[in-house]
Design a binder for this molecule. Structure first.
Ligand SMILES: Cc1cc2nc3c(=O)[nH]c(=O)nc-3n(C[C@H](O)[C@H](O)[C@H](O)COP(=O)(O)OP(=O)(O)OC[C@H]3O[C@@H](n4cnc5c(N)ncnc54)[C@H](O)[C@@H]3O)c2cc1C
Length: 519
């Protein structure tokens, strides 16, 4: 048990190291930082927001001296207890002020502070006609480069270029001692000897706090085609996605079942949202005539486009010129021939126009609470898992209905050989300070309010655990491990002991994000 005197000493030392403006230690903000998108943990002792790497090192040294747990937090857009500590009493490291972006066009490298959001990075790179290979999750309006690299992330650019960890050259990481470790001896290359950069990807911050990250640059391909297909069965959907992932014709693609197609799109139905989409479509179209034609197609397709089959797959294809994009689209249509039917492309057009939409999806379409759970499957397991999952849900359906719990599924490719199956769970429940702060009163007042609902909440947690266990029965792996997915137990003994040896070398007191990855 920590004493109040010691807590005051820690806070005093942090304030004198960083200044009052960079340390929060009282008030409602602490409760915001005690919640992720899914649920809450214990109250932190303090939140620090260092403005440069030296200040970050100083704050880490201070915590290490007092033996206080340190928990890094980027945009806070995760839902796997990655940055919340059940017992509290920790110091949260909010990386938001580490927001420098240095673009070296000649070297084809961008160096970012880890608190840079993917949306801000895209704005800075767009101005120069540049991009990174992987260029962010859908949550990129809040999610940071540091957060994505720390828990592995996919979406924009992922079919063509893989997940976040595949788009990093090197990192500078502040270790638990306060020392700064650079992961590569060369800024130009990652694979200079053993891949030390890879060691820190997906580590959920247990090996240290990332301060700076270097990513490679590519030219933006300014021409694009958006395509959508509907499928009557999961097996047909999976076959199409597998073929597309192997062919790598699209920059990214993703799939939604009917429940999510209706739920997600229900969100964009306001007149204001539609006007914004129209404006973005026009702005991003290679020329005005094409933009207007696209808008007309979207208007004619209307909402039926979202309900055209049991599963829908949405593709964004890019090219150096219109011809290249059109040829890739033609090849993709040929590849998927006989598996599904082409439908109006409103959804990928929307996503292409607004790749980083506001975080409305942290609640369900009617204000319900939301938590996703996912597994990444080998292709030969995906269809079998889907059947077993549907069996599980059929058995649970009466209980789910009684408690107001419902779900939808979405899918993404993970390179040519992995298939991500994500289940979004919804239930009626009270909001937390995370939702109130992120969405604001204006938005929340337009949605139904729910009373605290411990029964449905507990049921969702139990269902989530059952789904993860079923996924693992089919050999699934996971991203975003946090405290939600088992990891060390699934490693072979020599790998597990190597991991523990690395942890004790980098963080001998076990102060960095204790509990994440099972440490
Ligand atoms: C609406 C919505 C859409 C989403 N879409 C996607 C998607 O398309 N694809 C996808 O993969 N995920 C998605 N996510 C999940 C999540 O937003 C992303 O995985 C994102 O990368 C999290 O980044 P963050 O900066 O918010 O990290 P946080 O949530 O702040 O942190 C995540 C983990 O990284 C650690 N961490 C953060 N910063 C550092 C650092 N500097 N050094 C060391 N450790 C650190 C934290 O301790 C924590 O364990 C979505 C979430 C929401 C709410």
């Amino acid at each position: 048990m920590r004493s109040a005197v010691l807590d005051n000493d820690v806070i005093g030392a942090l304030v004198s190291a960083l200044g009052t403006d960079s340390v929060i230690h009282e008030g409602s903000a602490l409760s915001f930082f005690a919640n992720d998108v899914y649920r809450g943990g214990g109250l932190p002792l303090a939140v620090v927001r260092p403005t440069d790497v030296a200040a970050l090192q100083q704050a880490v040294r201070t915590c290490a001296k007092f033996g206080v747990a340190m928990v890094p937090r980027g945009g806070g857009a995760s839902y796997t207890d990655g940055y919340i500590l059940p017992d509290g009493g920790h110091v949260v490291f909010d990386t938001g002020a580490l927001d420098a972006i240095e673009i070296d066009e000649q070297a084809a490298i961008v160096t970012v502070g880890t608190g840079v959001t993917w949306a801000n990075l895209k704005t800075a790179l767009d101005a120069k006609g540049l991009r990174t290979p992987f260029w962010g999750p859908f949550s990129g309006i809040a999610a940071t480069v540091g957060g994505s690299m720390s828990q592995n992330t996919l979406s924009h650019g992922s079919t063509m270029h893989g997940i976040s960890a595949q788009s990093v050259l090197s990192m500078d990481v502040v270790l638990a001692s306060g020392e700064l470790l650079s992961t590569s001896a060369s800024t130009a290359m990652r694979f200079y000897g053993p891949d030390l950069t890879g060691l820190f990807t997906g580590d959920c911050g247990v090996f240290g706090i990332k301060a700076r990250i270097r990513l490679p640059l590519l030219p933006v391909l300014p021409h694009f085609v958006c395509l959508s297909f509907a499928f009557d069965s999961f097996a047909a959907y999976h076959a199409a996605s597998r073929k597309a992932a192997m062919a790598r014709l699209d920059d990214s693609h993703f799939g939604l079942d009917l429940a999510l197609s209706q739920g997600q799109i229900g969100r964009q139905e306001g007149i204001g949202a539609r006007a914004k989409i129209a404006l973005q479509v026009l702005r991003r179209a290679p020329n005005k005539a094409k933009g207007i034609a696209q808008l007309m197609r979207m208007a004619i397709a209307g909402e039926d486009a979202m309900r055209a089959g049991a599963y829908m797959c949405h593709f964004i294809i890019e090219g150096f010129d219109a011809q290249e994009a059109a040829i890739k689209a033609k090849l993709l249509r040929r590849l998927l021939d006989g598996l599904g039917r082409e439908i109006a492309n409103s959804i990928p057009t929307f996503v292409q126009s607004i790749p980083f939409a506001p975080l409305f999806n942290v609640l369900g379409p009617n204000g319900e609470r939301w938590v996703p759970v996912h597994g990444v499957f080998a292709h030969d397991q995906a269809v079998a898992f889907d059947a077993a999952f549907k069996d599980l849900i059929a058995k649970r359906k009466p209980e789910m209905d009684a408690l107001g719990v419902w779900l939808g599924t979405m899918f993404s490719p993970v390179g040519p050989s992995g298939f991500l199956y994500e289940v979004a769970l919804y239930w009626p429940d009270d909001r937390t300070d995370y939702h109130r702060t992120t969405l604001g009163e204006d938005y929340l007042s337009s949605k139904p309010d729910f009373a605290p609902n411990a029964a449905s909440r507990a049921y969702v947690e139990d269902l989530k655990i059952a789904i993860i266990a079923l996924m693992q029965d089919f050999g699934a792996g996971h991203f975003q491990l946090g405290r939600a997915y088992t990891y060390q137990q699934r490693l072979a003994p020599p790998a597990a002991s190597l991991l523990r040896a690395i942890k004790s070398e980098l963080d001998p007191q076990g102060l960095m994000n204790p509990g994440a990855l099972g440490f």
